[in-house]
Ligand binder design. Structure first.
Ligand code: GTP
Length: 377
């Protein structure tokens, strides 16, 4: 196929702004899939993608757009296909941004999709800069204009002020209804250059950047004799997915050596959480669930009969301190009547007892609490 009639482009956006749905419409527009046939988010083929409704792996699709050259040049519409369009649908979640940078390295253009109601979000900015640094032609797409809360003008202003993108270039679309995605295909746009021929390729590929690791998890073999098999399996995984890296470790915190017993630690994502005035647990949990977070549990270290002080320390420096108040047993329960001195004596005795317990008391920390601490440490 003549390179001047090839367009390679990625669809990039913040999570859930509509990349895969837009890809569906583009596939329909070119007749690659039939309108209304096939499942929504056609390119999300992995089981995990279907189950979670998110893209995890970048997916490619090739389309032919038969009519554009004909209409541009006034030639017969039944001519051979005019444009060969290679589309890459990328993940929006920050954990998979390595997939985005890999995809952009293969493209000359990017459709930057922004939800018309939510506006520019964290991954919009991150992905814009990935595309910008790769010198791609960026075509803004303001999507979900069918939503009642859509505010395309606000998004246009954001695109101008944050990215210096001309609002006049923005496509206004609803990937859901197909509005704004009528013929001709936006990526036949002549602003997106055709790919360089093989002789023009740079000698070394510059925008593969090493992946920044986002999720960390420890894997320990159940049985020491499985260690080599586990090692081999992980090596195969790293061959298949360059964003996975492996470091061997032993866990003294768990009191075991990696060769002896199994523990698979819960995958963790490092984050910084800042409270600001008026923002408390309830609204934070609501915010998480609105973003499809699932609250699995909410738990405390059990209270004891005596006061417990919990301190977080780095070396000898205490960086945080919390006190769990004591549970109080009603020692006066059986004192009927008004013998005040007897009541006082019982309360004094209880006070002494608590002091002693605090000195000698041992707290049985449940395994779950230990796990929780390991999760954040
Ligand atoms: P990730 O790959 O997980 O980042 O998501 P995505 O950007 O590919 O979004 P996706 O296409 O999966 O759409 C997310 C949700 O938005 C789905 O429920 C879609 O049906 C919905 N959606 C997509 N486009 C539109 C639109 O134009 N209007 C409305 N109202 N909803 C849309």
């Amino acid at each position: 196929y003549p390179t001047e009639r090839i367009r390679n482009f990625s669809i990039i956006a913040h999570i859930d702004h509509g990349k895969s749905t837009l890809a569906d419409r583009l596939l329909e527009l070119t007749g690659t899939i039939k309108r209304g046939k096939g499942q929504p988010q056609y390119l999300d083929k992995l089981q995990v993608e279907r189950e979670r409704g998110i893209t995890v792996k970048a997916q490619t699709a090739t389309m032919f757009h038969p009519h554009v050259l004909s209409s541009n040049h006034g030639t017969n519409q039944n001519d051979t296909p005019s444009f060969l369009l290679n589309l890459i649908d990328t993940p929006g979640h920050v954990d998979f941004s390595y997939e985005v940078s890999r995809s952009l390295a293969a493209c000359q253009g990017a459709l930057l999709v922004v939800d018309a109601a939510q506006g520019v979000q964290a991954q919009t900015v991150a992905n814009f800069y990935l595309a910008f640094e790769s010198n791609l032609t960026i075509i803004p797409v303001i999507n979900k204009i069918d939503q009642p809360t859509a505010d395309p003008d606000r998004v246009k202003a954001q695109l101008k002020s944050l990215f210096d993108l001309d609002p006049k270039d923005a496509l206004l679309t609803s990937a859901k209804t197909g509005q704004g995605l009528e013929y001709p295909h936006p990526c036949c746009d002549r602003r997106i250059p055709s790919p360089p021929g093989c002789c023009d390729m740079p000698s070394e590929c510059s925008c593969f950047k090493p992946a920044k690791h986002m999720v960390f998890s420890g894997l320990y073999p159940a049985d020491g004799s499985d260690f080599d098999a586990l090692n081999h399996a992980i090596e195969r995984l790293t061959c298949n997915d360059a964003s996975v890296s492996v470091t061997k470790e032993t866990s003294t915190a768990l009191g075991i050596e990696s060769e002896t017993r199994v523990i698979s630690t819960i995958p963790t994502v490092p984050y910084i959480f800042e409270y600001s005035d008026g923002r408390y647990v309830g609204p934070v949990i609501t915010l998480c669930s609105e973003r499809r977070g699932e609250q699995l549990e909410y738990s405390f270290i059990d209270r004891q009969m005596f006061e417990i002080t919990i301190q977080a320390a780095i070396g000898s420096k205490v960086i945080a301190r919390e006190t769990l108040s004591a549970m109080r047993k009603n020692v006066l329960a059986k004192c009927y009547g008004g013998d005040v001195s007897r009541k006082k004596k019982l309360l004094e005795k209880q006070k002494e007892g608590k002091k002693r317990m605090k000195r000698v008391g041992s707290v049985d920390i449940p395994q779950e609490a230990f796990h929780e601490l390991l999760k954040v440490s």
